[in-house]
Design a protein around this ligand. Structure first.
Ligand SMILES: [Zn+2]
Length: 355
């Protein structure tokens, strides 16, 4: 495995960081919010981290078979053909330049590099700072700045190579991950839990979208109106995310980590503080340690103000690399909130949830 910088600290495994200057190569035209500067800010951040706590990994490209576990052959060919043109418009928000396809292969493959390192016992957990992002990408459709669905490809990799069927995906990006939900909607062994602004782009993610057939209950949507922030997020974590995760009992936890609901990020109407996002990272890792030997890999989705993006990423990395006993309890939500009441009322058909 291409680990460039690998240390064990008193027998504690490092946190893997997957980042690469090649993630700067995908460019959208004009003043697009999903821009290379996002990765530049994270490159600068990660260069300053204490080397004894982190292992830096380089991505490999995803292969065709890995892409085809989630996308159609015609779609992969369509994206590959973008290499031959300066600009391919895929959707009103989403485009590809000559180097976007290769960058997207590295984004999807980079997450797999981290999974392999976790399962080889070389890192405890990991963060994939990749672009383009993935959770809006559908089987045969690019949208919402996303080309390939990195997190769905990752879940399928766990199944194919490791026999890990029960995978939980926690998506705290402020947008609903329609592509991820669609891929797993009838799959009872994949739990998709999303907190997002609603109604909002892309339009999906109502609380009543719960999965289909035997998979009912394994899609858990927490739609939150504009203006929501720390109280709703922390309430949802306590009353929905934690109990559902414990009952589902995943073998691996994946995170679609977007920080575009941050109070300083103009992309959305949510007002989540850095402290609440930090609590999410701590609580997620605590669930992974409790339920699946700490196996957890987070994948960058949104986050468009580079200052708050880097601040939240730094705080999450500190949580992921902290010792078991560090951190302390999550902050109190303060109050039970009506939108979470609604989710509890719907999901208690499938899970035992506190009233
Ligand atoms: Zn987003």
């Amino acid at each position: 495995l291409p680990i460039l910088n690998f240390f064990r600290r008193n027998g504690v495994l490092p946190t893997g960081i997957l980042i690469d200057e090649r993630f700067l190569d995908h460019r959208n035209p004009g003043r697009h919010p999903e821009r290379p500067e996002r990765i530049a800010a994270l490159l600068e951040l990660t260069r300053g981290l204490a080397p004894e706590r982190f292992a830096f990994l380089k991505p490999r490209p995803a292969d065709q078979e890995e892409l085809l576990a989630v996308h159609s052959e015609a779609y992969v060919e369509e994206i590959a053909a973008s290499r031959d043109r300066d600009l391919t418009i895929l959707d009103p928000d989403t485009s590809a330049g000559r180097r976007s396809y290769d960058t997207a292969l590295l984004a999807a493959g980079g997450v797999l590099t981290l999974l392999d390192a976790v399962l080889a016992g070389e890192i405890a957990n990991g963060f994939a700072f990749v672009r383009p992002p993935g959770h809006h990408a559908e089987r045969d459709r690019a949208m919402g700045f996303c080309l390939f669905n990195n997190v769905a490809i990752a879940a399928e990799h766990l199944r194919r190579w490791y026999g890990i069927l029960r995978v939980m995906i926690l998506d705290w990006d402020v947008h609903h991950g329609n592509g991820t939900q669609a891929h797993f909607y009838d799959d009872p062994d994949a739990l998709y839990v999303s907190l997002h602004q609603f109604p909002f782009y892309p339009g999906t993610g109502a609380a009543g979208e719960v999965g289909k057939g035997e998979a009912q209950g394994t899609t858990v949507n927490v739609p939150l109106r504009a203006g929501a922030g720390d109280p709703e997020y922390l309430d949802a974590f306590r009353r929905v995310v934690e109990p559902v995760a414990r009952q589902f009992a995943p073998q691996f936890l994946l995170v679609s980590a977007g920080w575009d609901g941050h109070e300083n990020d103009p992309m959305s109407g949510h007002r989540v503080s850095t402290a609440a996002y930090t609590a999410f990272a701590r609580g997620t890792l605590a669930l992974a340690r409790e339920l699946c030997d700490g196996r957890c890999v987070a994948v960058l989705e949104g986050g468009y103000t580079t200052a708050s993006l880097a601040e939240c990423a730094a705080a999450a990395l500190a949580e992921f690399s902290a010792d078991d006993e560090a951190g302390g309890p999550l902050p109190e939500p303060g109050a039970e909130t009506p939108p979470v009441d609604e989710v509890v009322a719907i999901q208690k058909r499938f899970w035992e949830l506190p009233a």
